[in-house]
Design a protein around this ligand. Structure first.
Ligand code: NAD
Ligand code: UDP
Length: 344
């Protein structure tokens, strides 16, 4: 299939491009590089031997979308393009809703115009808010989001469900990611956060690399085994393969298809620190701080539906996720800008 990936140069997008190529599909990337580096394309070529086709531009640019759909016979779109920093979304809600909601509406309208009726949407476990029980399955209530980023994801889920109801021949696949971490085993592509990382793993790797002094652990008084927050960390390559599998199985089946993509296992912040130290031999100094506003105690998936219906499950365990994240960080101290990059 010819797959358009909006945001295809980003962290999850780039890994999905690689897995689509591995599976014999043809990815086409649209990205404005607001949170990505163009060198990712040459890195993808190092891994796969293929330089994917790129349109540099914004998903809100209707004329560009028309051109892409005219120039390529697109079978399905994976819509990754979004802004994703929770704190920033609280400070700049209009920018987030414009990018994440208006951008998605324009994309859907232009898909409609072009007769492309299959979309995979990057959603998030954040749409579940603070569930009363764990693990979380797809029938849990959604919408109790605590910040504009999460609300933008929930709004788009609802909008796409309404659209699919009105146009029943569409296939809408909503993938709710848990916590993607790790990097490609080659060490050639990985996560390059802008400025000081918000997420745990990139912060930990930068502390270990000596770029940041110490990790602040947000809260040690949660009702969890060791008092620190518990999350379902999933290797980004497993996540990418989940997209390929969802497309293979559901892209041609009309309906709205919703799946959790997680491992089903929860690890605490201290589990992450200890596993990191054991697997890499690096020390990660930390201090306990107040809980971070909006955080919940624990969050992990019931991944059974994806296993049952997509024949997909995450294969990589936490030590591998951590080794791959460290391998990427070590090989690329300056991310994609690193001139001294050595092929592994
Ligand atoms: P990322 O920032 O690395 O990738 C997003 C990509 O979209 C970037 O390359 C960016 O340049 C591009 N982009 C943003 N706005 C655009 C626009 N208007 N037009 C064109 N390109 C645009 O983020 P990621 O971690 O790869 O996340 C991908 C998707 O998954 C996002 O929708 C994100 O909200 C969602 N998600 C991510 C996580 C996570 O923890 N990484 C968790 C749940 C959901
Ligand atoms: N966390 C932390 N210190 C940090 C970043 C995160 O203690 O510098 C904790 C956070 O409170 C949560 C877990 O690590 O319990 C995962 O946070 P992250 O921001 O990576 O993902 P989230 O689940 O919030 O989307």
């Amino acid at each position: 299939m010819n797959i358009l990936l909006t945001g295809g140069a980003g962290f999850i997008g780039a890994h999905t491009v690689v897995e689509l190529l591995n599976a014999g599909h043809t990815p086409i990337i649209l990205d404005n590089f607001c949170n990505a580096h163009p060198n990712v394309l040459t890195r993808i070529k190092m891994i796969t031997g293929v330089l994917p086709k790129l349109y540099q531009g914004d998903v809100r640019d209707r004329e560009l979308l028309k051109r892409i759909f005219n120039e390529n016979k697109i079978d399905s779109v994976i819509h990754f393009a979004a802004l994703k920093a929770v704190g920033e979304s609280v400070a700049q809600p209009l920018r987030y809703y414009d990018n994440n909601v208006s951008g998605s509406l324009i994309l859907l309208e232009e898909m409609q115009q072009a007769g492309v009726k299959s979309i995979v949407f990057s959603s998030s476990a954040t749409v579940y808010g603070e569930p009363k029980t764990m693990p979380i399955n797809e029938n849990f209530p959604t919408g109790a989001t605590t910040n504009p980023y999460g609300t933008s994801k929930h709004m788009m889920e609802r909008i796409m469900m309404d659209m699919q109801r009105a146009q029943p021949d569409w296939s809408v696949i909503i993938l709710r990611y848990f916590n993607p971490i790790g990097a490609h085993a080659s060490g050639k592509i990985g996560e390059q956060p802008n400025g000081i990382p918000n997420n745990l793993l990139p912060y930990v790797t930068q502390v270990a690399a000596g770029k940041l002094k110490e990790l602040s652990i947000f809260g040690n008084d949660y009702p969890t085994a060791d008092g620190t927050g518990v999350r379902d960390y999933i290797h980004v390559v497993d996540l990418a393969q989940g997209h390929v599998q969802a497309l293979n199985v559901k892209a041609r089946e009309a309906g709205t298809h919703i799946y959790n993509l997680g491992t089903g296992k929860g690890y605490s912040v201290l589990d992450i620190v200890q596993t990191f130290e054991r697997e890499t031999g690096q020390r990660v100094p930390y201090v306990f701080k107040e809980r971070r506003a909006g955080d919940i105690a624990e969050c992990y998936a019931d991944p059974q539906k994806a296993w049952r219906e997509l024949n997909w499950q995450a294969k990589r365990q936490l030590p591998e996720m951590i080794r791959d994240a460290w391998h990427w960080q070590k090989n690329n101290p300056n991310g994609y800008e690193n001139e001294t990059f050595q092929a592994a």
